[in-house]
Design a protein around this ligand. Structure first.
Ligand code: PLP
Length: 382
């Protein structure tokens, strides 16, 4: 059966060019980058090459990049480091952060830390004045995601970074869903810490980055070795780092064109669903959005049932975020935007990627229309 993959915010396939680049690092250049002989030093050089590709893309410096195991680790590391280095007890964040921030913050709250979560409006946007108001003397860090994984809504990170700079407070952004989808220039935006992960842009799973701006204090999350300038211990995942470097290099050549195509396909899918399926509504701001994501509420349709039906047809999409799939709870992000639990449980996220074609999108739209008709037809009418 053919597969139409519309869940690229959950993860992306590894690009064939990325895989090709990685393969020799499992069997030929398998040295430990910390080993002094040539095999190790060759691996070290390739780490450097990947680091340089990432720096060029983000417009930052080599020693500002710390390789981690994933976005979750980068997020945990940024928050815990800020609490330790400042000795302060307050984190300002938002209600729509990824669970890797939310759950850490909930745990910190239980341990006596003060967590202030900025609310969002019905479009999923935050009020900049609220950010300003919530910062005080005790604030260790402001952590606000760049783009939301469920709705694709973009937060005004440039302005938030500016507010934090003026107030003398460190700012971290979870840019996991922004990298490769919108331009990021760290020489222009005063972000102090930034998280990203390879598997959202066609690199493998299990490799991430924490950007730590020069001069900012940083305490390692994982200790036990001198790797990454003592900021992240553990033997480097050389094949994955090389793959992430290649994936970033590909993005730097084709990101603009690629996103034009993806946006057009996303708009096609969205327009067809909203116009051909009765009682549907877009969740989240239509304008401030990454180009690949649409989140749609199908009133009266259980999203799990719809997703199961689509899966039978080879179409992959998701309800809420992948990490909460399987739980019966309605999406925290959508309910924070004011959707009632039933509406939230009737919402589906479609996130497109590099490999989708117009033919796939037309087919998916046809099948979504049919599935919803079938599911609604089964509901007894009174
Ligand atoms: C916004 C956001 N932050 C963090 C993560 C976690 O990244 P990783 O899967 O690499 O731990 C994800 C993954 O879904 C995400 O969407």
């Amino acid at each position: 059966m053919r597969l139409i993959y519309l869940d690229n915010n959950a993860t992306t396939p590894v690009d064939p060019l990325v895989l090709k680049e990685m393969v020799p690092f499992f069997s030929v250049y398998y040295g430990n980058p910390s080993s002094p002989y040539r095999l190790g030093q060759e691996a070290k050089q390739h780490l450097k090459k990947a680091r340089i590709a990432i720096c060029r893309f983000l417009n930052c410096e080599e020693d500002e990049i710390v390789f981690t195991s994933c976005g979750t680790e980068s997020n945990n590391a940024a928050i815990l480091s800020a609490l330790r280095t400042t000795g302060k007890k307050r984190i300002v964040t938002t209600v729509t952060e990824h669970s890797s921030i939310q759950e850490l913050c909930t745990d910190l709250e239980k341990r006596g830390f003060d967590i202030d979560r900025i609310p969002v409006d019905s479009l999923g946007l935050i009020d900049l004045e609220e950010v300003e108001k919530r910062i005080n003397e005790q604030t260790a860090l402001v952590s606000v995601m760049w783009a939301n994984n469920e709705t694709g809504v973009i937060f005004p990170v440039e302005q938030i970074a500016e507010i934090c700079r003026k107030r003398g407070v460190y700012f971290h952004t979870d840019a996991v869903q922004a990298v490769g989808k919108i331009p990021i220039d760290l020489s222009k935006i005063p972000v102090d810490f930034l998280s990203l992960t390879g598997h959202k842009f066609y690199a493998p799973k299990g490799i991430g980055v924490l950007f730590v701006r020069k001069g900012r204090p940083f305490e390692p999350f994982i200790r036990g070795g001198s790797q990454e300038m003592r900021r992240r211990a553990g033997t480097e995942n050389v094949p994955a780092i090389v793959g992430m470097g290649k994936a970033i290099e590909i993005l730097s050549h084709q990101m603009v064109e690629e996103n034009k195509k993806i946006r057009a396909l996303r708009d096609l899918l969205e327009t067809r669903i909203l116009s051909e399926v009765p009682l549907t509504k877009l969740n989240g701001d239509k304008l401030n959005r990454i180009p690949n994501t649409t989140n749609i509420c199908f009133k009266g349709v259980d999203a799990e049932t719809l997703l199961f039906d689509l899966d039978q047809k080879g179409i992959c999409a998701s309800g809420g975020s992948a990490c909460t799939t399987g739980s019966l709870k309605p999406s925290r992000v959508l309910t924070a935007m004011g959707l009632n639990p039933l509406e939230a449980k009737s919402s589906v996220r479609f996130s497109l990627g590099r490999h989708n074609t117009e033919e796939e999108i037309q087919f998916a739209a046809d099948e979504i229309v049919k599935s919803v008709e079938k599911i609604r037809g089964k509901i007894p009418r009174h």
